[in-house]
Write a protein that binds this ligand. Sequence first.
Ligand code: AMP
Length: 411
Amino acid sequence: MKFEDYSIASEIKTSLAKLNYRRPTDIQFKSIPPILKGEDVLAIAQTGTGKTAAFAIPIIHQLHVRKIKGRGDGIKCLVMVPTRELAIQIHQVFETLAKHTKVKSYCVFGGVEEEPQIAKLEKGIDILIATPGRMFDLASRGFIRLQRTEILVLDEADHMLDLGFIKDIRDLMTYLPKKKQTLFFSATINEVIKKLAYSLVSNAIRIQISPKNPVARNIDHSVTFIEMDDKRFFLERLIKENPERKILVFVRTQVRCERVEKAMARVDIESKSLHGGMEQDERKKVLDLFRQGEIKVLIATDVSARGIDIPKVEFVVNYDLPELSENYVHRVGRTGRGKEKGQAVTFCSTEEKDILTEIEGFLGQPIKRLEVDREDYSTTIDFSAESHADWKTLMTEHEKETTKSKRKKKK
Ligand code: AMP
């Protein structure tokens, strides 16, 4: 079925056509009809599957056909997200899709000045995308009115719980009217999420089960065994052999982020770090540079990159294995967005083999092995500008030593 055949406003279809979205992705195909009918939905959607549009399209349609006149009674739809980056990104999707309608969306998050946000809210907004902290702050002071909110979306619900937002979610319910439509979107499902979903909504929930393999089919992902100290050489080779490709490298900690950036700089590879320890402005700047392709290599931690949609990431490298198995899915899901093809490779050291087993258990199947034979392994290390530099240094030192001793002998 094509979007043309959906009973959604022609204004939304115009935006979809401009985006070149012809057919719905699986999650959109399954979620749009029940959301349009006003049902509560619990959707388990892999990252990169088009889940934002899966809720944005029917929400914009519902608000559009109602032809809201004044905005005096506050926010009509609230989308709660765990991170600022996600808030910005989801807002962009809403704005793009609602461009030809009169539906207005906006996003608020912490870490930036609140005055411009308040000014914008006072002008009147239909859809608000927000992170919990700033949302509560503004709502408690009356800048966000939720008494007439009709739709609540909890996006990345699993991550919100990981970050300890459960109390916030429950508190939020006290601000919202009892009768409303609730939509849960989560990349993973577990008992806690299920319980939370059932405890928050009274209507029956439609559960959309994701395919058995939580990694999308268009992502070619594999693992290769590389010792910790050699990982940088393999990364260097991969980057140098793919100079035109956008590569997103995941590491475990902020410190590792900076270390890998430095190691790459030593071999003349320009890269940037993205981690939670950076200021919001700095993070945005780095993300924009990467988005625009001005830097080809981004080294990120899980928290900073979760849910971020960066178009045309052609390669994901798990430089370190993720501590949480589900983060494997989020990481490799940064490539192969929508219907594009993507590639991901995991560098697994001997110490990390247990984590790999856990991840494979979570995926329910083994990850393809990319065998590197001994010869290739040492070729990669030789390939490194760093090892060449070391080699050259050694040679020069050796030459100096020999010349010195020859001179001594002559004397
Ligand atoms: P999301 O899972 O919402 O982060 O979306 C992942 C990517 O899929 C984004 O880059 C979207 O632009 C793209 N996308 C979403 N829906 C469609 C569609 N129906 N056809 C093609 N691409 C899509």
